[in-house]
Design a protein around this ligand. Sequence first.
Ligand code: MSP
Length: 536
Amino acid sequence: MSVETLYKKSTYYITTPLYYVNDVPHIGHAYCTIAADVVARYKRLRGNKVHFLTGTDEHGQKIEKAAETSGETPKQLADRVVERFKGLWQTLNISYDDFIRTTEERHASVVAQFFKLVYNKGDIYLGEYEGWYCQPCETYYSETQLVNKKCPGCKREVALLKEESYFFRLSRYQELLLKYIQDNPQWILPEFRKNEILGMLREPLSDLSITRTSCQWGIPVPDLGAQVHDKDGNWLTPKKTHYIYVWFDALLNYISAINYLSDAGGFLERWPVDVHLVGKDIIKFHAIIWPAMLLSVGIPLPKLIYGHGFILADGEKMSKSKGNAIDPQAIIERFGVDALRFFLMREISFGQDGSISWQALENRYQSNLANDLGNLLHRSLAMLEKYFQGKVPASDESHCQPVDSAFSQFAVATVEALEPLVQQFKLHLALDEIWKLVSRANRYVDERAPWTLFKHGKTDELAVVMYNVLEALRFLALLLSPFMPTTAQRMWEALGLTGSLTDIKKTSWEWGKLPVGTQVQKGEPIFPKIELATAV
Ligand code: MSP
């Protein structure tokens, strides 16, 4: 019996990481969330039930320190910054189904219970930790992992800390995970990220320190009795009060949010998660620590962990200190939300790092959006107004030339080509494929020259050509809606179609469903000319 059958899974479940609230959202956060949104919208469009989860990571020293600096309590800071995230997601049209904050009770209670379950399995023990701690990364490193005595991740100063700590027996799962990854080569994507993880698993894995005594902004370790066991099974009395390490806490959101331990129905419908979409810097947490936690209590593993690349500003890593962090708001003000969504998904090969620049944005806006797509829609609607008073004509097959059927077949093939590309997160290639249809449609209009057909009174042929172009535009609205929901809806309405693109019927995907007689509405250009300016 497959895990799916056992788990009655009926929903496509997709997650983003939980964003830290010590900083306001930037383009890197927007990137991951937009990608997840595109996939969630695409899946819904193809008739799947979807659960799309995002949220915020609100515990730990990083947040505690940031709150100290801003003169707030950590909770006040979190309450303030979470609104920035929610506000940006609303602006960006992110269609999440649930937003979880790690300070919520529904989460905290699962974390405490889960900790106990793992302890009862014998996978948590009390010990003492000594190591080099990077506070911004909330990570301990061994001496050999340091680079020039600094954090190998962010290159900042580290401090030697020693504290009583609970440990998770990560080492126990090393072999199992190694084998799992070898047996399931598509479990971590892209492939080169999987190889990085395999490399890590071939080195000895240490047990993981999963509590802190120095930072109290976290979920307290639940009551485990007066005495707890150490690594070798001896009973000890803890000397300190312990709080759960922020990563052990935050990773559990993926199951706390879907009611693990409280509502078996909801959980079983969604788990195992179809994909954890994460940035390359946090794959290790998702592909080693998280699966080991799940294995410990016997929960099935996620189906896919996808690690995307980083967005660079003109080739460099964005950072506050370099002052080159791009604020999504600035791009939205100049180009609009959909242009930003399109640009991020089209410009960067999903999975790789990629640069963004104002120049590249301007180029894509002008050529792909305003010229290719905007003009296709505008000129098609203008011709329909001129030749058929804006009403979709009936297309008689007997007047259909081979060039016309070749064109409709091309449009149908585009729909089919998209499915595997989205499935494999080749989102830039999916857009590329859609643009092939846009170009093909523009070429088709040029080749069939409706103005000449009109001039020579070939009304039946003209009707075939106009119907085909408009039907291709209807397909384009459908295909583009996950990427550019507002633009697609405007296209839909311009074509005289009613209802929301988020609520379409399966038959909408069939060629020829544009009703004859529909009155189109040309309206304003969907991508108006913008002032071209130099870099900001
Ligand atoms: N709180 C943890 C995740 C816990 S998940 C259980 C965290 N938060 S974060 O706010 O620092 O980062 C969240 C995500 O943003 C990560 O996936 C990270 O890769 C991504 N990005 C941060 N900067 C980025 C870019 N410049 N480009 C693309 N994504 C980047 O880690």
